[in-house]
Design a protein around this ligand. Structure first.
Ligand code: T5A
Length: 233
């Protein structure tokens, strides 16, 4: 059950909203994306849940092998595969949004740039990492579910994949908080699409915070105030 805030407003504009949830590994993204999807379903609004990486494609299977430490790859190569995995879905994303379907996505390109930059490879900066993402459909809002690596690691199943190490997760969190306008360690330029939401506490409590963060933006999209889908610049 979802509630405490108003449901998504009735549509007066044709296009759907594009909302992305980001966060550390095991921060509760999948749980919250499902609850957000349910909120739209209950309101009778067309909605589609997506997740990146999409491990079902050929490229996604290569990514899966890397994440499970079955294959080694150069940092730039795996970065470009993650990006290619989004480009595989770009046409479908645009079609869904244009047909009025709202997309709620479990990770998207901000994970791509932040996780790669968090590796500390001097030839893989945030700006280098962003280049292959340029031209992808741009989300209307990106919610970073903020949880400390210590709290995330207490949740089930942490530690099995290649980036699930405390130091890596700490750097990822700092970069995301920097993008969201909160104090981070390095000079990270504020990204106006990113908002930081506290992911601590119960599932329903977090769901209400997420909806509180996105409902205004969803309303703007359905009232036609945000125009057509823009692209990542
Ligand atoms: N990556 C990804 C890149 O490097 N570049 C990219 O471009 C992209 C897209 C895999 C890795 O790929 C990297 C980032 C990652 O390291 P993934 O498949 O999304 O990415 O893997 P995870 O982030 O680990 O995804 P998970 O599904 O495992 O975690 P979630 O979705 O964050 O968490 P969720 O909802 O499954 O919950 C985890 C556990 O916590 C419980 C749940 O029941 C579950 O057991 N839980 C809570 N417990 C207490 N309180 C709450 N509020 C809770 N919410 C959930």
């Amino acid at each position: 059950m979802t509630s405490s805030h108003d449901p998504p407003p009735a549509a007066s504009s044709k296009r759907g909203a594009f909302i992305v949830l980001e966060g550390l590994d095991r921060s509760g993204k999948t749980t919250q994306v499902k609850l957000l999807e349910q909120r739209f379903v209950e309101a009778g609004r067309p909605v589609k849940m997506m997740r990146f990486p999409d491990r079902s494609t050929t490229i996604g299977q290569m990514i899966d092998g890397y994440l499970k430490s079955n294959v080694e790859m150069d940092d730039h190569v795996i970065h470009l595969l993650f990006s290619a995995n989004r480009w595989e879905a770009a046409k479908h994303i645009n079609e869904l949004l244009a047909s009025g379907t709202t997309i709620v996505s479990d990770r998207y390109f901000h994970s791509g740039i932040v996780y790669s930059a968090a590796k500390g490879n001097p030839s893989l900066s945030l700006s280098w990492a962003r280049a292959p993402e340029r031209g992808l459909p741009r989300p209307d809002m990106v919610v970073f579910l903020d949880l400390t690596p210590e709290e995330a690691s207490k949740r089930g199943g942490w530690g099995g994949e290649v980036y699930e190490r405390a130091e890596m997760q700490r750097r990822v969190r700092e970069l995301f908080r920097g993008l969201g306008g909160l104090e981070g360690e390095g000079a990270v330029e504020r990204d106006e699409d990113v908002v930081v939401v506290d992911a601590g506490g119960g599932v329903e409590e977090v769901a209400d915070r997420v909806w509180g963060a996105v409902e205004g933006r969803v309303g703007e999209v359905v009232r036609g105030k945000r125009g057509n889908v823009r692209v990542v610049e």
